[in-house]
Design a protein around this ligand. Structure first.
Ligand code: FAD
Ligand code: UDP
Length: 391
């Protein structure tokens, strides 16, 4: 029975779906994808709610990339709605663009002061520069220090405390660096060359991605219950499996968390549908100085849906991940201790040359969608190359 498949893929998010398509299409491999949720798409899954509004079940997803191979590849499976995401920070009712930029500066300080700060920023860094808040905070000029304090206290501090449970100094610098300070008037949240939303949504994109006769899918199935490992062999449904296994789930769970759970942050999502055309002026408003939730996203801005009577919004409430059935591990907490624990699990996989870790969970990384697609394409290249080499 197991020999019916050349390849087993655990998880039907972007990582699992892209690698499955590559192996099925380029090499004619028979692939079985095992997905524990009831649907495809992983965290990008979207659906029409009871009011006919297309919503993202696991948080807002906006596609953006500078990688042409990734863009060209994924564009095979979707048309694009031209959309540049814009985010506003709500400072006690006043809305300013995030990333903090020269427009935010003008809205925050009086004209004379804003002009003086702008001149200093441009002369120190140059027009068009992206800096991190840490860079700005290390400035010695007192005016720039004051600006850095303002941005830190009003954009980063409380939002980060809500999101991560600690202050910005206590999370990996690469996480805060995702949101720069921009010496420009560009109000877009992402500056990537290619950005947009799949015209018919992500679930529709996934349906096309998985539309290959060599791809088989089992949903509502926890793959970890089907695998067993002894010293040197992997068993699937009780029989040795020597084909390729791609694992995109949480790595600790594959080993029954035997060294302890990998720490994550999770989110509670609260959907609200309102009897109004629009709830807020842009796709996302970040609550950076008050409220217990981090941000509100209004889906119609993202999808361009033309439904006038109602609108659906989503609030995100971050919390520690305890590993209960109803929780999903969304964000790996990157620090030395956790990466050390991850390494211990990773070492357990090293003796299995047919077992590959791929994706945001399996690699314990903070990847955007484009990075996942790129990783999947590169891994497919490698698997195919290695097999050809062994022919
Ligand atoms: P996932 O999408 O998590 O897929 C993994 C799949 O494996 C899941 O379906 C899971 O159910 C399944 N699985 C796990 N364990 C098992 C098991 N034991 N058996 C069977 N199945 C299993 N990226 C962007 O580029 N732009 C954005 O705007 C953006 N917004 C985001 C917002 C939020 C709130 C979050 C959390 C992430 C966001 N991302 C965004 C990142 C994006 O979600 C990820 O890059 C992408 O979904 C990762 O794909 P993946 O396949 O690695 O993981
Ligand atoms: N961040 C912040 N204030 C903001 C936006 C982001 O402090 O208004 C910080 C916060 O720590 C967050 C990180 O920057 O976790 C990365 O933000 P991003 O929007 O990239 O997070 P994601 O969309 O992946 O949740």
């Amino acid at each position: 029975m197991n020999n019916a498949y050349d390849c087993l893929v655990v998880g039907c998010g972007l990582a699992g779906a892209v690698i499955s398509r590559e192996l099925a299409e380029r090499e004619g491999k028979k692939v079985l994808i095992i997905e524990k949720r009831s649907h495809i798409g992983g965290n990008t899954y979207d659906f029409f709610n009871e009011d006919g509004i297309l919503v993202h079940k696991y948080g807002p997803h906006i596609f953006h990339t500078n990688n042409k191979r990734v863009y060209d590849y994924i564009s095979r499976f979707t048309e694009w709605r031209d959309y540049s995401h814009e985010v506003l920070a709500n400072l006690h009712g006043k809305l300013i663009p995030v990333p903090f930029n020269l427009n935010s500066l003008n809205m925050t300080f009086n004209t004379e002061k804003a002009e003086m700060l702008k001149k200093k920023l441009v002369s120190v860094y140059g027009m068009g520069t992206r800096l991190t808040i840490a860079q700005l905070r290390s400035e010695t000029d007192p005016d720039l220090q004051e600006l850095a304090d303002f941005v830190y206290n009003n954009v980063f501090l409380y939002y980060t405390q809500k999101q991560w449970g600690v202050t910005p100094e206590n999370i990996d610098p690469s996480v805060i660096a995702r949101v720069p300070v921009l010496i420009s008037q560009d109000n877009r949240y992402f500056q990537d060359e290619y950005q947009g939303m799949p015209s018919d949504g992500y679930t529709s994109l996934f349906e096309k991605l998985l539309d290959n006769p060599n791809i088989h899918l089992r949903v509502n199935t926890d793959a970890n219950e089907l695998f067993e490992i002894n010293e040197n062999n992997m068993f699937f449904e009780g029989k040795p499996f020597n084909g390729t296994i791609i694992y995109t789930g949480a790595l600790d769970e594959f080993f029954n968390c035997k060294f302890g759970r990998l720490p994550y942050r999770t989110l509670d999502f609260l959907f609200e549908t309102h009897d109004m055309t629009w709830y807020q002026p842009k796709g996302t408003v970040n609550y950076t100085v008050d409220e217990p939730f981090t941000r509100i996203t209004e889906f119609k801005h993202l999808t361009g849906q033309n439904i006038c009577e109602k609108t659906t919004i989503m609030k995100e409430y971050p919390k520690a991940y305890a590993g209960t059935e109803d929780e999903i591990p969304y964000y790996a907490i990157l620090n030395e201790e956790n990466l050390g624990l991850y390494k211990k699990y990773e070492q357990l996989t090293e003796k299995f040359s047919n077992f590959y870790l791929l994706g945001r969970l399996a690699e314990y990384k903070y990847y955007n969608m484009d990075a996942i697609i790129e990783r999947a394409l590169i891994l497919a290249d490698k698997i195919i190359y290695d097999e050809k080499g062994n022919d």
